[in-house]
Write a protein that binds this ligand. Structure first.
Ligand code: TYM
Length: 387
Protein backbone atom coordinates (compact mmCIF):
# COMPACT_ATOMS: atom_id res chain seq x y z
CA UNK A 1 0.00 0.00 0.00
CA UNK A 2 1.29 3.48 -0.86
CA UNK A 3 1.79 5.64 2.24
CA UNK A 4 -0.53 8.67 2.41
CA UNK A 5 2.14 11.02 3.54
CA UNK A 6 5.90 11.14 4.08
CA UNK A 7 5.45 10.34 7.78
CA UNK A 8 2.99 7.43 7.54
CA UNK A 9 5.44 4.56 7.17
CA UNK A 10 8.17 5.80 9.43
CA UNK A 11 9.69 3.84 12.31
CA UNK A 12 10.67 6.14 15.19
CA UNK A 13 14.07 7.76 15.17
CA UNK A 14 15.91 4.49 14.73
CA UNK A 15 16.28 2.83 11.38
CA UNK A 16 17.97 -0.30 10.09
CA UNK A 17 17.65 -2.33 13.27
CA UNK A 18 18.24 -5.42 11.11
CA UNK A 19 21.76 -4.34 10.24
CA UNK A 20 22.41 -3.03 13.75
CA UNK A 21 22.87 0.53 12.65
CA UNK A 22 21.12 3.64 13.81
CA UNK A 23 20.46 6.83 11.83
CA UNK A 24 18.80 9.84 13.46
CA UNK A 25 19.42 13.58 12.97
CA UNK A 26 21.53 13.47 16.14
CA UNK A 27 23.23 10.10 16.06
CA UNK A 28 24.56 7.67 13.45
CA UNK A 29 26.18 4.38 14.35
CA UNK A 30 27.05 1.01 12.84
CA UNK A 31 27.34 0.16 9.20
CA UNK A 32 24.53 1.83 7.32
CA UNK A 33 22.68 -0.09 4.61
CA UNK A 34 21.81 2.75 2.22
CA UNK A 35 19.63 0.63 -0.08
CA UNK A 36 17.48 -0.28 2.95
CA UNK A 37 17.29 3.37 4.01
CA UNK A 38 15.79 4.25 0.61
CA UNK A 39 13.11 1.63 1.23
CA UNK A 40 12.45 2.62 4.85
CA UNK A 41 12.33 6.35 4.17
CA UNK A 42 10.39 5.96 0.93
CA UNK A 43 12.87 8.04 -1.07
CA UNK A 44 14.05 7.48 -4.66
CA UNK A 45 17.41 6.17 -5.78
CA UNK A 46 19.37 8.65 -7.91
CA UNK A 47 19.53 6.72 -11.16
CA UNK A 48 21.57 7.21 -14.31
CA UNK A 49 18.63 8.62 -16.30
CA UNK A 50 18.21 11.43 -13.74
CA UNK A 51 21.92 12.21 -13.87
CA UNK A 52 21.81 12.19 -17.68
CA UNK A 53 19.01 14.71 -17.50
CA UNK A 54 21.00 16.88 -15.13
CA UNK A 55 23.99 16.66 -17.46
CA UNK A 56 21.86 17.76 -20.41
CA UNK A 57 20.93 20.88 -18.43
CA UNK A 58 24.21 21.89 -16.79
CA UNK A 59 26.75 20.13 -18.98
CA UNK A 60 28.40 17.91 -16.36
CA UNK A 61 27.90 15.42 -13.57
CA UNK A 62 29.61 16.33 -10.31
CA UNK A 63 31.92 13.59 -8.95
CA UNK A 64 29.79 13.33 -5.78
CA UNK A 65 26.89 12.20 -7.98
CA UNK A 66 29.10 10.07 -10.20
CA UNK A 67 30.65 8.20 -7.27
CA UNK A 68 27.21 7.52 -5.76
CA UNK A 69 27.95 9.57 -2.63
CA UNK A 70 24.69 11.41 -3.29
CA UNK A 71 22.51 8.38 -3.73
CA UNK A 72 18.90 9.27 -2.98
CA UNK A 73 16.41 12.06 -3.60
CA UNK A 74 12.89 13.32 -3.29
CA UNK A 75 11.45 15.29 -6.20
CA UNK A 76 14.82 16.26 -7.68
CA UNK A 77 13.27 15.42 -11.06
CA UNK A 78 10.42 17.81 -10.26
CA UNK A 79 12.90 20.59 -9.45
CA UNK A 80 14.51 20.03 -12.86
CA UNK A 81 11.04 20.13 -14.50
CA UNK A 82 10.32 23.45 -12.83
CA UNK A 83 13.71 24.82 -13.79
CA UNK A 84 13.16 23.84 -17.40
CA UNK A 85 9.81 25.61 -17.31
CA UNK A 86 11.70 28.75 -16.29
CA UNK A 87 11.06 28.60 -12.54
CA UNK A 88 14.14 29.26 -10.37
CA UNK A 89 14.72 27.33 -7.14
CA UNK A 90 16.43 28.15 -3.86
CA UNK A 91 19.02 25.95 -2.22
CA UNK A 92 18.81 25.35 1.52
CA UNK A 93 21.33 23.62 3.75
CA UNK A 94 22.76 24.07 7.24
CA UNK A 95 24.90 23.21 10.20
CA UNK A 96 24.26 22.45 13.87
CA UNK A 97 27.23 24.17 15.53
CA UNK A 98 28.08 21.63 18.22
CA UNK A 99 31.80 21.64 17.53
CA UNK A 100 34.33 22.47 14.85
CA UNK A 101 33.56 21.57 11.25
CA UNK A 102 34.99 18.32 9.86
CA UNK A 103 35.46 17.00 6.34
CA UNK A 104 32.14 15.11 6.49
CA UNK A 105 30.20 18.35 6.90
CA UNK A 106 31.87 19.77 3.82
CA UNK A 107 30.52 17.03 1.56
CA UNK A 108 26.95 18.40 1.17
CA UNK A 109 28.41 21.91 1.00
CA UNK A 110 30.64 21.00 -1.97
CA UNK A 111 27.59 19.90 -3.90
CA UNK A 112 25.58 22.91 -2.75
CA UNK A 113 28.28 25.21 -4.06
CA UNK A 114 28.39 23.34 -7.37
CA UNK A 115 24.60 23.64 -7.72
CA UNK A 116 24.70 27.33 -6.79
CA UNK A 117 27.33 27.92 -9.48
CA UNK A 118 25.46 25.95 -12.12
CA UNK A 119 21.89 27.10 -11.41
CA UNK A 120 22.76 30.52 -10.00
CA UNK A 121 20.42 29.75 -7.10
CA UNK A 122 20.08 31.80 -3.94
CA UNK A 123 21.15 29.82 -0.87
CA UNK A 124 19.75 29.95 2.65
CA UNK A 125 22.21 28.46 5.13
CA UNK A 126 20.78 27.79 8.59
CA UNK A 127 22.93 27.61 11.74
CA UNK A 128 20.82 25.73 14.29
CA UNK A 129 22.50 26.98 17.44
CA UNK A 130 19.20 26.45 19.30
CA UNK A 131 19.10 22.78 18.25
CA UNK A 132 22.59 22.09 19.55
CA UNK A 133 21.99 23.99 22.79
CA UNK A 134 18.76 22.09 23.41
CA UNK A 135 20.09 18.70 22.39
CA UNK A 136 23.41 18.43 24.21
CA UNK A 137 23.00 18.16 27.97
CA UNK A 138 26.40 19.85 28.55
CA UNK A 139 26.12 22.49 25.85
CA UNK A 140 25.97 26.05 27.15
CA UNK A 141 24.76 28.91 24.94
CA UNK A 142 28.18 30.50 25.30
CA UNK A 143 29.98 27.44 23.95
CA UNK A 144 27.51 27.01 21.09
CA UNK A 145 27.79 30.71 20.16
CA UNK A 146 31.56 30.32 19.85
CA UNK A 147 31.16 27.31 17.57
CA UNK A 148 28.57 29.25 15.56
CA UNK A 149 31.09 32.02 14.89
CA UNK A 150 33.80 29.48 14.01
CA UNK A 151 31.51 27.43 11.75
CA UNK A 152 30.35 30.53 9.85
CA UNK A 153 33.97 30.99 8.74
CA UNK A 154 33.92 27.48 7.24
CA UNK A 155 30.71 28.23 5.36
CA UNK A 156 32.22 31.40 3.89
CA UNK A 157 35.47 29.57 3.06
CA UNK A 158 33.46 27.20 0.85
CA UNK A 159 33.21 30.01 -1.69
CA UNK A 160 29.44 30.52 -1.88
CA UNK A 161 28.40 33.68 -3.73
CA UNK A 162 27.99 36.45 -1.13
CA UNK A 163 25.26 38.23 -3.07
CA UNK A 164 23.25 35.01 -3.29
CA UNK A 165 23.93 33.45 0.13
CA UNK A 166 22.34 34.29 3.45
CA UNK A 167 23.37 32.66 6.73
CA UNK A 168 20.53 32.44 9.24
CA UNK A 169 21.50 32.05 12.90
CA UNK A 170 18.39 30.76 14.66
CA UNK A 171 18.71 32.59 17.98
CA UNK A 172 19.69 35.85 16.26
CA UNK A 173 17.14 35.70 13.46
CA UNK A 174 14.25 34.23 15.41
CA UNK A 175 12.07 37.24 14.69
CA UNK A 176 12.13 36.37 10.99
CA UNK A 177 11.64 32.66 11.65
CA UNK A 178 9.02 32.56 14.37
CA UNK A 179 5.82 33.54 12.52
CA UNK A 180 6.34 30.70 10.00
CA UNK A 181 7.56 28.31 12.73
CA UNK A 182 4.33 28.86 14.64
CA UNK A 183 2.26 28.13 11.51
CA UNK A 184 4.24 24.94 10.94
CA UNK A 185 4.21 23.82 14.59
CA UNK A 186 0.42 24.20 14.73
CA UNK A 187 0.11 21.58 11.97
CA UNK A 188 2.38 18.89 13.48
CA UNK A 189 0.97 16.80 16.30
CA UNK A 190 3.08 15.50 19.17
CA UNK A 191 2.13 12.02 18.10
CA UNK A 192 3.71 12.58 14.65
CA UNK A 193 6.80 14.19 16.18
CA UNK A 194 7.21 11.24 18.55
CA UNK A 195 6.84 8.75 15.73
CA UNK A 196 9.27 10.53 13.43
CA UNK A 197 11.95 11.68 15.88
CA UNK A 198 11.57 9.13 18.67
CA UNK A 199 10.81 11.83 21.29
CA UNK A 200 9.86 10.50 24.71
CA UNK A 201 8.42 11.97 27.93
CA UNK A 202 11.91 12.97 29.02
CA UNK A 203 12.64 14.96 25.83
CA UNK A 204 12.79 18.66 26.68
CA UNK A 205 10.01 20.71 25.11
CA UNK A 206 12.49 22.89 23.21
CA UNK A 207 13.48 19.88 21.13
CA UNK A 208 9.84 19.10 20.46
CA UNK A 209 9.29 22.53 18.91
CA UNK A 210 12.63 22.57 17.11
CA UNK A 211 11.62 20.64 13.93
CA UNK A 212 9.31 23.57 13.10
CA UNK A 213 12.32 25.91 13.19
CA UNK A 214 14.40 23.73 10.86
CA UNK A 215 11.41 23.59 8.50
CA UNK A 216 11.15 27.39 8.15
CA UNK A 217 13.83 27.94 5.45
CA UNK A 218 11.92 25.48 3.26
CA UNK A 219 9.13 28.08 3.02
CA UNK A 220 10.94 31.36 3.65
CA UNK A 221 11.88 31.70 -0.05
CA UNK A 222 8.17 31.81 -0.89
CA UNK A 223 7.77 34.78 1.47
CA UNK A 224 10.89 36.49 0.12
CA UNK A 225 9.81 36.01 -3.50
CA UNK A 226 6.11 36.60 -2.70
CA UNK A 227 5.06 33.45 -4.59
CA UNK A 228 5.43 29.70 -4.03
CA UNK A 229 9.12 28.99 -4.68
CA UNK A 230 10.76 25.57 -5.07
CA UNK A 231 13.54 24.66 -2.65
CA UNK A 232 16.21 21.96 -3.00
CA UNK A 233 18.02 20.68 0.10
CA UNK A 234 21.40 18.95 -0.24
CA UNK A 235 22.24 17.14 3.04
CA UNK A 236 23.25 13.74 4.34
CA UNK A 237 20.35 11.33 4.85
CA UNK A 238 20.39 11.84 8.65
CA UNK A 239 18.42 15.08 8.21
CA UNK A 240 15.58 13.36 6.36
CA UNK A 241 13.14 13.13 9.32
CA UNK A 242 12.95 16.94 9.32
CA UNK A 243 11.98 17.04 5.67
CA UNK A 244 9.37 14.37 6.09
CA UNK A 245 7.34 16.39 8.60
CA UNK A 246 7.91 19.55 6.55
CA UNK A 247 6.66 17.93 3.37
CA UNK A 248 3.53 16.79 5.19
CA UNK A 249 2.50 20.34 6.07
CA UNK A 250 3.76 22.14 2.93
CA UNK A 251 0.75 21.92 0.68
CA UNK A 252 -1.68 22.57 3.54
CA UNK A 253 0.14 25.87 3.96
CA UNK A 254 0.12 26.72 0.25
CA UNK A 255 3.81 25.98 -0.40
CA UNK A 256 5.67 23.46 -2.54
CA UNK A 257 7.05 20.41 -0.77
CA UNK A 258 10.82 20.91 -0.43
CA UNK A 259 12.92 18.58 -2.62
CA UNK A 260 15.97 16.78 -1.30
CA UNK A 261 19.14 15.11 -2.45
CA UNK A 262 20.63 12.82 0.18
CA UNK A 263 24.25 11.86 0.67
CA UNK A 264 25.89 8.98 2.42
CA UNK A 265 28.17 9.62 5.41
CA UNK A 266 31.88 10.10 5.32
CA UNK A 267 32.87 7.48 7.90
CA UNK A 268 34.69 8.02 11.17
CA UNK A 269 38.43 7.26 11.14
CA UNK A 270 37.56 4.45 13.53
CA UNK A 271 36.08 1.10 12.67
CA UNK A 272 32.45 2.21 12.37
CA UNK A 273 30.05 5.15 12.59
CA UNK A 274 30.05 8.46 10.73
CA UNK A 275 32.59 11.23 11.07
CA UNK A 276 31.18 13.28 13.93
CA UNK A 277 31.92 16.49 15.85
CA UNK A 278 31.39 14.60 19.08
CA UNK A 279 34.50 12.49 18.34
CA UNK A 280 37.10 15.00 17.13
CA UNK A 281 39.91 12.46 17.50
CA UNK A 282 38.29 10.30 14.79
CA UNK A 283 37.53 13.20 12.46
CA UNK A 284 39.67 15.48 10.30
CA UNK A 285 38.70 19.01 11.32
CA UNK A 286 39.01 21.95 8.92
CA UNK A 287 41.17 23.68 11.54
CA UNK A 288 43.60 20.78 12.15
CA UNK A 289 47.24 21.58 11.43
CA UNK A 290 49.31 19.30 9.20
CA UNK A 291 50.86 17.41 12.10
CA UNK A 292 47.45 16.67 13.63
CA UNK A 293 46.05 15.56 10.26
CA UNK A 294 49.00 13.24 9.66
CA UNK A 295 48.76 11.85 13.16
CA UNK A 296 45.00 11.19 12.99
CA UNK A 297 45.31 9.52 9.58
CA UNK A 298 48.26 7.41 10.69
CA UNK A 299 46.09 6.00 13.50
CA UNK A 300 43.04 5.45 11.26
CA UNK A 301 41.33 2.08 10.97
CA UNK A 302 41.75 0.45 7.54
CA UNK A 303 40.41 -2.57 5.68
CA UNK A 304 43.93 -4.01 5.57
CA UNK A 305 45.37 -7.21 7.03
CA UNK A 306 47.24 -7.23 10.36
CA UNK A 307 50.68 -7.76 8.75
CA UNK A 308 52.40 -6.71 5.52
CA UNK A 309 52.97 -10.31 4.43
CA UNK A 310 49.28 -11.17 4.98
CA UNK A 311 48.28 -8.06 3.06
CA UNK A 312 50.53 -9.10 0.13
CA UNK A 313 49.12 -12.63 0.23
CA UNK A 314 45.41 -12.02 0.97
CA UNK A 315 44.82 -8.42 -0.11
CA UNK A 316 42.75 -5.84 1.77
CA UNK A 317 39.09 -4.84 1.85
CA UNK A 318 38.47 -1.31 0.52
CA UNK A 319 34.72 -1.70 1.13
CA UNK A 320 35.32 -1.44 4.84
CA UNK A 321 38.09 1.15 4.90
CA UNK A 322 37.61 4.80 5.88
CA UNK A 323 40.95 5.74 4.29
CA UNK A 324 39.79 4.33 0.95
CA UNK A 325 36.40 6.07 1.30
CA UNK A 326 37.95 9.47 1.96
CA UNK A 327 40.24 9.13 -1.03
CA UNK A 328 37.36 7.95 -3.20
CA UNK A 329 34.91 10.67 -2.29
CA UNK A 330 37.28 13.56 -1.76
CA UNK A 331 40.40 13.23 -3.82
CA UNK A 332 40.57 10.32 -6.31
CA UNK A 333 38.84 10.38 -9.67
CA UNK A 334 36.43 7.43 -10.14
CA UNK A 335 39.06 5.78 -12.39
CA UNK A 336 41.86 6.25 -9.82
CA UNK A 337 39.60 4.98 -7.08
CA UNK A 338 38.69 1.81 -8.97
CA UNK A 339 42.36 1.15 -9.68
CA UNK A 340 43.18 1.71 -6.01
CA UNK A 341 40.52 -0.85 -5.01
CA UNK A 342 41.90 -3.44 -7.46
CA UNK A 343 45.46 -2.98 -6.23
CA UNK A 344 44.32 -3.19 -2.61
CA UNK A 345 42.32 -6.39 -3.14
CA UNK A 346 45.17 -8.06 -4.98
CA UNK A 347 47.68 -7.27 -2.23
CA UNK A 348 49.65 -4.83 -4.38
CA UNK A 349 48.92 -1.81 -2.22
CA UNK A 350 49.71 -1.39 1.46
CA UNK A 351 47.65 0.66 3.92
CA UNK A 352 50.67 2.88 4.61
CA UNK A 353 50.66 4.01 0.97
CA UNK A 354 46.95 4.92 1.04
CA UNK A 355 47.41 6.71 4.36
CA UNK A 356 50.30 8.65 2.90
CA UNK A 357 48.19 9.68 -0.14
CA UNK A 358 45.29 10.71 2.08
CA UNK A 359 47.52 12.68 4.45
CA UNK A 360 49.27 14.62 1.71
CA UNK A 361 46.04 15.38 -0.16
CA UNK A 362 44.24 16.44 3.03
CA UNK A 363 47.10 18.68 4.15
CA UNK A 364 47.19 20.32 0.71
CA UNK A 365 43.43 20.84 0.54
CA UNK A 366 43.11 22.08 4.12
CA UNK A 367 46.03 24.49 3.96
CA UNK A 368 44.25 26.25 1.06
CA UNK A 369 40.92 26.03 2.87
CA UNK A 370 42.46 27.51 6.04
CA UNK A 371 43.70 30.54 4.07
CA UNK A 372 40.17 31.18 2.80
CA UNK A 373 38.84 30.60 6.32
CA UNK A 374 41.22 33.23 7.67
CA UNK A 375 40.11 35.74 5.00
CA UNK A 376 36.49 34.99 5.87
CA UNK A 377 36.94 36.74 9.23
CA UNK A 378 36.54 40.13 7.54
CA UNK A 379 33.57 39.08 5.43
CA UNK A 380 31.06 37.70 7.95
CA UNK A 381 28.61 40.61 7.78
CA UNK A 382 28.35 40.24 3.98
CA UNK A 383 26.80 36.80 4.50
CA UNK A 384 24.50 37.30 7.48
CA UNK A 385 20.75 37.18 6.91
CA UNK A 386 19.05 40.53 7.02
CA UNK A 387 15.29 40.86 6.93
P1 TYM B 1 25.04 18.84 11.20
O1 TYM B 1 25.77 19.99 11.77
O2 TYM B 1 24.95 17.59 12.00
O3 TYM B 1 25.66 18.49 9.81
C1 TYM B 1 25.84 19.46 8.80
C2 TYM B 1 25.68 18.79 7.44
O4 TYM B 1 26.63 17.75 7.29
C3 TYM B 1 25.99 16.50 7.07
N1 TYM B 1 26.85 15.52 7.73
C4 TYM B 1 27.63 14.65 7.06
N2 TYM B 1 27.73 14.42 5.74
C5 TYM B 1 28.60 13.45 5.34
N3 TYM B 1 29.35 12.72 6.22
C6 TYM B 1 29.26 12.93 7.55
N4 TYM B 1 30.02 12.22 8.38
C7 TYM B 1 28.36 13.94 8.02
N5 TYM B 1 28.02 14.40 9.26
C8 TYM B 1 27.10 15.37 9.05
C9 TYM B 1 24.59 16.66 7.65
O5 TYM B 1 23.66 15.80 7.03
C10 TYM B 1 24.31 18.10 7.28
O6 TYM B 1 23.91 18.21 5.94
N6 TYM B 1 20.19 20.01 12.01
C11 TYM B 1 21.32 20.16 11.09
C12 TYM B 1 21.54 21.62 10.69
C13 TYM B 1 20.62 22.04 9.58
C14 TYM B 1 20.61 21.51 8.26
C15 TYM B 1 19.56 22.21 7.59
C16 TYM B 1 21.39 20.55 7.62
C17 TYM B 1 19.64 23.00 9.65
N7 TYM B 1 19.00 23.09 8.46
C18 TYM B 1 19.30 21.96 6.24
C19 TYM B 1 21.13 20.29 6.29
C20 TYM B 1 20.07 20.98 5.61
C21 TYM B 1 22.59 19.63 11.71
O7 TYM B 1 22.72 19.53 12.90
O8 TYM B 1 23.58 19.33 10.78
Amino acid sequence: MEPNSDTDNYSPGVINRESDSEVTPWYVSGSVDYAKLIEKFGTQKIKTDLLDRLKAIIGEIHPLFESGFFFSHRDFDWILDQYQKGERFYLYTGRGPSGMVHLGHLMPWFLTKHLQDKFDSPLLFQMTDDEKFLFGQDNTMEKISQFTQENILDVIAMGFKPEKTKIIVDTKDIKSLYPLAAEIAKRITFSTAKAVFGFTNSTNIGMILFPAIQAVPCFLPSLIEERPTPVLIPAAIDQDPYWRVTRDVAEKMGYYKPSQIHSKFLPSLEQSGKMSSSKPEAAVLTTDDSETIENKISLAYTGGQPTVSMQRRLGGNPDNCPVYSYLRYLFDSPKESNERALKCRSGNLLCGECKHDLSSQSVKFLSEFQKRRENAKDRVSEFLYKE
